[in-house]
Design a protein around this ligand. Sequence first.
Ligand SMILES: [Zn+2]
Length: 167
Amino acid sequence: MFDLYSPDFWVILGAMILFMVLKTKKNRVSPALRGKQASLLGERLYTRFSRETPLPCLLADGKIYGKDFQERELPELPHNDHCQCYLEKLFQSGEEWFQQGPPLESNDNFDPDNLLPVHRRFLKYYLIAHHPESSDSLKKDYQDLLENVPLDPEIQKQIVDYIHQSQ
Ligand SMILES: [Zn+2]
């Protein structure tokens, strides 16, 4: 029988509890750390760009959702009746992803079926800067961003023409 009044009992009990706590802590590797080696990094949202693309979809385009990112919870899709957004899983490890740095810009021709990151960026900024539901400050912010996209003027023109033909 344990003697609850014996100081030894409390010392032993205290040591056991401390041991258990330390052991649990050691075994508990955070899911974020485990994920780094393996696979799923998060999910990136893409929208389909056209003059009809709703503003919330444009604003969400390119966002990454995942436990290591600012947006931890996956969004509820569709955003609205006209939403054509979709999510794509990102499978690289966090380290690789950050080492890659920003995607290389290119002045390759614009192909709506095979958009380069720089084309997507231009489309997104252009559509937000010209969206009827954008506030004045939003339009201004995105106009500034638009003017800083490193893209050949000829290709910018191709993209704007494409937008005006798109439904
Ligand atoms: Zn959407």
